[in-house]
Design a protein around this ligand. Structure first.
Ligand code: NI
Length: 195
């Protein structure tokens, strides 16, 4: 992912957050607008080939990251940070589900995801699906992802995508997000402070 693009995405993301806050501040919209802005229901296929939805993770915190297995830099960095944060949490990590959702379902089949996630953390769950299912979940999480032709990449294309790590509460509602370049301590400390 190119730095200029990251900056654009960051600005767009912050603008969206400001808008949600503004709507909430006016008092004319339901309080749920703010929390409903990021995340929600999904129906996808895990790296073990099982159909899963947000209901399967109810009662646990979620760390959700979007990317693709051919990503050269942002995704490995984000997944390493997530994995290190989980290891720092010790027993408290039992209440946290780390999830990697592909934005490239054409190449990232369940088998590809299985090999990839196992390289990062034994608890990491890889999720893929049909193009429509992935489009739906990226919309829900307000994730930017776009195919870019690139003759130097496998299959002749790469994916530009936003690189936030989302922390969702036990009911699946958005709590906060981190940069893919956040420190493991920052994430672990935030989760350790929760109930
Ligand atoms: Ni990536």
């Amino acid at each position: 992912m190119r730095l200029k693009l990251i900056a654009i995405i960051a600005v767009a993301f912050l603008a969206g957050g400001a808008l949600a806050f503004a709507l909430r501040s006016e008092g004319t919209t339901p309080a749920s607008v703010g929390t409903a802005a990021i995340g929600g229901a999904f129906s996808l296929t895990s790296h073990l080939g099982q159909r899963v939805s947000e209901k399967d993770f109810a009662g646990r915190y979620l760390l959700v990251f979007f990317g693709f297995t051919n990503c050269p830099d942002v995704c490995p960095a984000g997944l390493q940070v997530m994995s290190a944060a989980l290891d720092k949490l010790g027993a408290k990590a039992d209440g946290v589900v780390p999830i990697f959702v592909t934005v490239d379902p054409a190449r990232d089949t369940p088998d590809v995801m299985k090999a990839y996630v196992s390289a990062f953390h034994p608890k990491l769950i890889g999720l893929t699906g049909t193009e429509a299912e992935i489009q739906a979940v990226t919309n829900t999480y307000r994730v930017y992802a776009k195919r870019v032709e690139d003759s130097g990449s496998p299959g002749g294309y790469t994916m530009d995508h936003s690189g936030f790590i989302y922390l969702m509460d036990k009911a699946g509602l958005y709590l906060t997000h981190f940069s893919h370049s956040a420190s493991p301590d920052e994430i672990a400390n935030r989760i350790a402070a929760l109930d």
